[in-house]
Design a protein around this ligand. Structure first.
Ligand code: TRP
Length: 409
């Protein structure tokens, strides 16, 4: 049977982007596939966190997942830190991944940049974009190398180039198909990204390796993820095949499964940005637990576009297109067809609000039921961790042996 695994960071404040983009497909998959769902509390330690609320947020996240329809009789729901094999395998994979690969991770670059965004040097943003272009060129060069040996050779070459760039810009640019000027600018931008990352937790840098461990421990065939996690999933695939070719068949190489509709719910206040717990304004994010009046108010205040026409056109009309996509996702409709039914924004907003209120009504009711019985919730998680460990321990033992470690006992 196909094995599915996915994860979500603990938050008591899951939003409709999580629900429509991820949880709905998790629920659908539990009946068909052997599904593992993990609340990734260790990932929540990679940036500043509130130790006073983390445990409660972990429980609340589990309650939301049960409320949207995960059924512990059909899937394995567990907390990442309850299964120590995740961090153990992460170490073996850290000794498989390269610095160059992790440095290319867009999310790491964005998060470090955002964290130190106060007072950047005037041209930092532009220069950083250039640096991205330069490293992304490296990324596609190594991605296209199909043989694993070639891929890892390309990755080490990329590291070597990056190191040289620090030492001697002239030499490095000779090694790259760039002019000396653009090489130097990219090197300077790279340096700035590195300065910005100086204060970041090391765990933020190695985050994608822990995520790879989450996936590979369970021999997952399919990994439902949002668009923004594709690069991390690609890394998990690279690490799995590199490990297999170096040390013998050990891991299943997973496939990404990005849901088509609702994969990208945008912020209601800034529809060019993905709805996100960490970045969005509270007004731009609809929580799955928001009561009806709050949902209606947020939808009514959603930013639309200057002309009055209801049309699905994400590039020139991001606000209205986002509303149409929300309505489509909530009612299993098609955003382009739905657009034809509306002459003005007000009616569209009313229907979006109604659809979301109906979608969320049973979720809130079930959430309250689950939270009313904390003992049962703990039992579900203890049982889930037990089942997860059985699978994880076998994979970790296999990986350790294949890597040449002495078996204990
Ligand atoms: N990084 C993912 C996110 O932020 C969460 C995650 C951690 C995950 N481990 C995972 C997702 C494993 C899928 C599989 O959304």
């Amino acid at each position: 049977m196909t094995r599915v695994l996915s994860g979500v960071q603990p938050s008591g404040d899951m939003h409709i982007g999580n629900y429509l983009g991820a949880f709905r497909s998790w629920v659908a998959s539990q009946a068909e596939h052997d599904s593992f769902y993990c609340i990734v509390d260790l990932h929540a330690l990679t940036s500043e966190h509130d130790r006073g609320t983390l445990a409660d947020r972990t429980l609340a996240a589990a309650a939301v997942l049960l409320a949207v329809g995960l059924d512990p009789a059909q899937c394995t729901l567990f907390v990442q830190s309850h299964v120590p094999e995740h961090t153990q395998l992460a170490w073996l994979l850290e000794c498989t991944a390269t610095m160059g690969e992790l440095r290319r991770m867009t999310q790491f670059k964005e998060k470090t940049r955002r964290a130190t965004a106060e007072d950047p040097p005037a041209s930092a943003a532009d220069a950083a974009v250039e640096a991205d272009a330069a490293v992304d060129a490296d990324a596609s060069a190594s991605a296209s190398a199909s043989a694993d040996a070639a891929a890892s050779a390309a990755a080490s070459a990329a590291v070597a180039v990056a190191v040289e760039t620090d030492a001697a810009v002239g030499e490095a640019s000779a090694a790259q198909p760039e002019t000396a000027g653009s090489g130097r600018r990219a090197a300077e931008a790279d340096e700035r990204v590195r300065d910005a990352s100086g204060a970041a937790r090391v765990g933020l840098f190695t985050y994608p390796v822990l995520m790879a461990a989450d996936i590979l421990l369970y021999d997952a065939d399919r990994v439902p993820v949002g668009d923004d996690q594709r690069q991390h999933l690609e890394l998990a695939r690279t690490l799995a095949s590199r490990f297999n070719s170096r040390y013998g068949a050990t891991f299943v190489v997973p496939q990404a499964a990005v849901p088509a509709v609702g994969a990208r719910v945008m912020d209601l206040q800034d529809p060019t940005r993905k709805m996100s717990k960490s970045v969005s304004s509270p007004q731009g994010t609809v929580s799955v637990l928001d009561p009806p009046d709050v949902v209606r108010r947020k939808v009514r205040r959603a930013v639309t576009d200057t002309d009055r026409e209801v049309r699905h056109d994400p590039d020139s009309k991001p606000g209205v297109s986002n509303l149409l996509e929300l309505l489509a996702a909530a009612t299993s409709g098609d955003p382009v067809e739905l657009a034809d039914r509306y002459q003005e924004y007000g009616a569209l907003k009313d229907d979006v609000a109604d659809a979301l209120v109906e979608l969320l009504r049973p979720v809130r009711a079930r959430y309250d039921l689950v939270m009313a019985d904390p003992g049962e919730l703990r039992r579900v998680l203890t049982d889930g961790a037990g089942r997860a460990r059985q699978v994880a321990a076998a994979t970790l033992a296999r990986a350790s042996t294949h890597m040449g470690l002495l078996a204990a006992g």
